[in-house]
Design a protein around this ligand. Structure first.
Ligand code: FDA
Length: 400
């Protein structure tokens, strides 16, 4: 017979990480009648939810599909996304009477505050009987006699099942650690190389100087490379380039690479130049550029490319072709990214080929599960990462 005191410290399921995925998993498992303990070293649950979307959290996307995710195995995310969908999460939000709105491109935000979501998830845990324990450092995890034993700053616990929901490396100041990767390795898993994603670019000193005047300026562009293209806004910053288009393409960018930005999407620039020349031959090129772009950008483009302020009539077709090419395929060669300090996500992570896509259980170690961002599944900007956390957390919660 186990000692009564130690029996109290045994749980059916222990989940490490009270972020988006861990909270969803804890409530789901609790509703299944499991004794659940959710542990986190932070003082507060769901810190990333709280700061996401400028405090209003872009909590899902109406148009979520598996194509919005990056992984070594693009099929892995399909089953979970299909079983717990964006509509399921919206129904939960509605059940708690949390007002929300669509901002753009199917991105759903809270009307009031992301705090509503964290309150909702904690309430769900409470209703489901799942215990949430914060300020708990985990020192050691072992597996013997079909159970997990955890040594923590709040005492020792055992469980039949262990779920790792400790997220990625982005924003260490919010409590991100490589804990999940270390536990995965301890139990024989491989880790797909990790790097910062959805992150602003930094520029080489020379480019930074040239664009310094443009800080704060935003315009609609298409950012593209050989892998993908994103029609969204780009923002010049004091450090380099940001805005949704840059964050999106950063997840498809590798150091040393160049990508293209179409500064005037949706038009054929050469045809436009030629037509304007016919209609207004005496218009100067600089004047036309100021009609097309904000004044500061027009000036920088003309200066950088040494475009003379000749009348349009005095430009040859070959010169127009060169100008059109520059505008439509403006070449950006970043010197790097701002890294995990400001990245929204971590690309790479626990190799998904070693995890069941139906249950999130390890194929290598019994009763061990991985959910959320710690896995090698990374969504685009736009609510997709939270949807992955909800979906993977839910399927694991059902399975444990
Ligand atoms: P998450 O990071 O949420 O949770 C992990 C938990 O584990 C944390 O509570 C942490 O304290 C805990 N933990 C870590 N190490 C531990 C250890 N050693 N011991 C104990 N506990 C430990 N996505 C989106 O879809 N829409 C959006 O609007 C945004 N916005 C956004 C803004 C910013 C600034 C960031 C940084 C990120 C976003 N994201 C986002 C991404 C989104 O926040 C992220 O993908 C999910 O929070 C991942 O959920 P997880 O539960 O996997 O990890």
């Amino acid at each position: 017979m186990p000692h009564p005191a130690s029996a109290q410290l045994h749980y059916d399921v222990i989940i490490i990480g009270a972020g988006a995925a861990g909270l969803m998993c804890a409530a789901t498992a609790g509703y299944q009648g499991k004794r659940v303990l959710l542990l986190d070293h932070a003082k507060q649950a769901g810190k990333k939810i709280l700061i996401s979307g400028g405090g209003r959290s872009n909590f899902t996307n109406m148009y979520t599909t598996p194509e919005n995710y990056i992984s070594q195995n693009p099929h892995f995310c399909k089953s979970a996304l299909n079983r717990y969908t964006q509509w399921d999460f919206m129904a939960l939000v509605d059940k708690h009477k949390i007002p929300w709105h669509e901002k753009t491109l199917g991105q759903l935000f809270c009307d009031n505050s992301a705090k509503d979501l964290v309150r909702m998830l904690l309430k769900e845990c409470e209703l489901a009987g799942a215990k949430v324990q914060l300020r708990t450092e985990i020192f050691n995890v072992t597996y013997t006699n079909d159970q997990y034993a955890l040594e923590t700053s709040q005492g020792d616990y055992t469980s039949s099942k262990l779920v790792i929901a400790t997220g990625g490396l982005s924003m260490p100041r919010l409590g991100a650690t490589p804990f999940g990767y270390r536990i995965a390795e301890q139990f024989g898993h491989t880790i797909e190389p990790v790097r910062a994603g959805l992150v602003p670019f930094t520029l080489h000193d020379q480019d930074k100087e040239q664009f310094a005047e443009l800080a704060g300026l935003s315009l609609d562009v298409v950012a593209e490379n050989t892998r993908i293209s994103f029609p969204e806004a780009m923002l010049f910053t004091h450090r380099g380039l940001s805005g949704p288009a840059m964050l999106q393409i950063s997840s498809y960018w590798f150091p040393g690479e160049t990508f293209n930005v179409n500064l005037r999407p949706g038009t054929d620039v050469l045809t436009e130049l030629q037509n304007t020349r016919k209609q207004r031959p005496k218009l100067g090129l600089h004047g036309l550029m100021q009609q097309w772009f904000p004044k500061r950008l027009a000036f920088t483009l003309c200066q950088q490319n040494a475009w003379a302020n000749k009348n349009l009539a005095d430009y040859s077709n070959a010169e127009f072709e060169q100008i059109a090419r520059t505008i439509e395929t403006w070449q950006v060669k970043p010197n790097g990214t701002e890294g995990y300090r400001t990245a929204e996500v971590t690309l790479g992570g626990v190799n998904v080929n070693e995890v069941s896509s139906k249950t999130m259980e390890s194929k290598l170690q019994p009763e061990l599960y991985f959910i959320g961002e710690v896995l090698d599944v990374t969504g685009w900007l736009g609510g997709y990462n939270f949807q992955w956390a909800w979906s993977s957390g839910w399927v694991a919660g059902k399975a444990v």
